[in-house]
Design a protein around this ligand. Structure first.
Ligand SMILES: [Zn+2]
Length: 285
């Protein structure tokens, strides 16, 4: 099926204007990527396949990029390939060269000026090749594969610094630390909804919400109504994958049917992704 191929930035701008968010799901193999795309196709919504640095290194950028592009080309909806939390400028450039649609440069552990300098280098390289860039300011607490931030090291973004960071770095999408966390929440998080709302008009770059696993439906919808245009979901997909493996082997300890097993797993991941996408598009206008 031929369809218009929008860029990462175009999809996020459209989502921001339309009061919905594009789901960005961290996938780690063919099955997980394919299941997420099936969910998007069922709902006829665009989707972002997000790869952690650990996954990219496991496959190598060329092989992973080729596999994901194939899945994207066959899909009936727009599928974008995104690199998540990359602290290594050379690896971000390698993904740009290997066909990623967008890359996140994570300089949030650095000083504001060093973060900006890193973003600018990635932006310069990526933009000249038609690839978009996401940047982070403040530090999002928790563990996202190889990126670990303790509660003492976490810090929230403010409005003035955010405006300065987005302007000076030249990034296309902005991930402010707003109080959401990577991994699993212990207790109810305190989230700076106002910052998201202020950023909607203060900066052109659409806002990205990290730490999407475990937030309530109301929290998601409030963040999206306030301007969150991309929501990252990683832990929920990992759980769907591994918990379903465990459940399968408990239920069918003696079955010798790997294709049936893959289908069972695919259904579970597809359902988890779909539940999130339904929430992300509920208040669409
Ligand atoms: Zn993140």
């Amino acid at each position: 099926m031929k369809r218009e191929k929008k860029t990462f930035l175009e999809e996020l701008q459209q989502a921001k204007a339309g009061r919905y968010a594009v789901g960005a799901f961290n996938i780690f193999n063919y099955l997980s990527a394919s299941a997420v795309v099936q969910a998007a196709a069922e709902l006829d919504v665009p989707v972002i396949l997000q790869t952690s640095v650990v996954t990219v290194k496991e496959f190598g950028p060329a092989k992973l990029g080729a596999m994901l592009r194939l899945i994207a080309e066959e899909a009936s909806v727009n599928v974008l390939i995104h690199l998540d939390h990359c602290q290594d400028i050379e690896l971000a450039k390698a993904c740009v060269d290997a066909g990623w649609d967008s890359v996140m440069y994570d300089g949030s552990r650095l000083s504001l000026e060093e973060n900006i300098a890193g973003c600018r280098e990635v932006v310069k390289y990526a933009h000249s090749r038609g690839v978009d860039v996401e940047g982070e300011f403040g530090r999002i607490v928790g563990v996202e594969d190889a990126v670990k931030v303790s509660a003492e090291d976490a810090s929230l973004a403010g409005l003035e610094d955010s405006i300065y960071f987005v302007r000076e770095s030249g990034i296309d999408a902005y991930a402010p630390a707003i109080g959401t966390a990577h991994g699993v929440y212990i207790g109810t998080p305190t989230i700076n909804f106002n910052l998201v709302a202020e950023l909607k008009t203060a900066v052109e770059a659409p806002v990205v919400i990290h730490g999407g696993t475990g937030l309530s439906e109301e929290t998601f919808r409030r963040l999206i109504r306030n301007g969150g245009a991309k929501v990252n979901v990683s832990t929920a997909i990992k759980h769907a994958y591994l918990d379903t493996c465990k459940a399968y082997f408990t239920e069918f300890p003696d079955k010798l049917d790997p294709v049936g097993f893959d289908r069972y797993l695919t259904r579970a991941i597809r359902a988890t992704a779909r539940e999130h996408m339904e929430i992300f598009t509920k208040d669409r206008i």
